[in-house]
Ligand binder design. Structure first.
Ligand code: AHR
Length: 321
């Protein structure tokens, strides 16, 4: 009798587990996405692609635009926790300051996926997975292209991204590592343009002013394409030729930089895919369906593009983004 009872318990457990698995469906998932803002063409493309990828899988997306402020992201995460979403996607504007709020999400049992930027190492247990590119490699590739194009001799100005963002620190690090191997390559000015076109232009204008109307500058490295596009405008207004008098290399691969390359005003871009959400959603769905923990880091691909394919890339991308 005792054995029969035990068997019945086991059988009902198995049936229960099977039923709950069958009952799992992605179209019941609700994901809260705390986006940084719309500071660049790349960022707007990422938002668009996130909606598309959620839609494809029937996942409901709750979107919050933080207007580039960490405090707004913290508020959004708290709201998502209160709404008991199934997962939170977070593109963290800066690396630090997430411990308290991510602990709250963890205590509520809500998995957090980081998109395109990392947070400081001490909080590594507070998120489930990060979908990011190799940002140090992006900086290295930009510098390697420049070293090759200039024979290792350049007076470089650098437009950094948002201060305190992982992507800024890493893109700077990778670039500097390669520059350090070339004694005649020098970074003569480096300042943040906050990943925006307008600040990129403003900062480039100040570099030009400080360097004999720009005549001492031979190359410009921008941590994103939007700042590069702003800087190209500043170079033109100073009466210099971007892409020739001052070589231009940047990161992202947005349509406008391909247009600039096709027009001879920019020289190279390192592509960052705006599709971080696709891999994040796949990992989340697998995690919810069979409890398979996703890898801590899901790395996206990195590729350098040059003017030879610029027109075709522009035509293709302007439809997509
Ligand atoms: O974190 C990715 C970076 O953020 C992109 O390169 C930039 O355009 C964006 O704003």
């Amino acid at each position: 009798m005792k054995l029969l009872k035990m068997c019945l318990v086991v059988v009902s457990l198995v049936v229960l587990m099977a039923v709950s698995n069958v009952a799992f469906s992605a179209d019941k998932l609700v994901v809260g996405f705390s986006q940084i803002g719309a500071e660049s063409g790349w960022r707007s493309a990422e938002t668009k692609v996130t909606y598309q990828e959620a839609d494809k899988r029937g996942v409901e997306l709750k979107f919050s635009d933080a207007q580039q402020k960490q405090e707004n992201q913290i508020k959004a995460i708290r709201a998502f926790v209160a709404q008991e979403v199934d997962a939170i996607f977070l593109a963290p504007v800066v690396e630090t300051g997430w411990t308290t709020v991510l602990k709250e999400a963890k205590e509520a049992g809500i998995p957090v996926f980081l998109l395109d930027r990392l947070i400081e190492d001490k909080d590594v247990d507070l998120y489930t997975s990060a979908i990011v590119s190799d940002q140090v490699l992006e900086g290295r590739l930009a510098a390697e292209w420049l070293a090759e194009a200039t024979g290792g001799k350049a007076n470089i100005v650098e437009l950094q991204g948002t201060v305190g963002a992982s992507v800024t620190n890493n893109r700077k690090k990778g670039f500097e590592e390669v520059v350090a191997q070339h004694p005649d390559m020098k970074i003569i000015h480096s300042q943040s343009g906050d990943f925006t076109r307008s600040k990129g232009k403003e900062v480039m204008e100040s570099f030009i002013k400080a360097e004999n109307g720009g005549k001492n500058i031979t190359a410009m490295y921008a941590h994103n394409d939007d700042m590069a596009i702003g800087a190209i405008q500043a170079i033109k207004e100073a009466g210099l030729i971007p892409g020739k008098d001052i070589l231009v290399v940047s990161i992202d691969g947005v349509p406008d930089i391909f247009k600039a390359m096709a027009d001879g005003e920019a020289n190279a871009t390192v592509e960052l895919t705006p599709n971080m959400a696709g891999p994040a959603l796949d990992a989340l769905i697998k995690f919810k369906a069979d409890g398979v923990a996703p890898p801590k880091v899901i790395q996206t691909e990195t590729k350098v593009y040059l003017p030879d394919t610029a027109q075709a890339e522009y035509d293709r991308r302007k439809e997509l983004y």
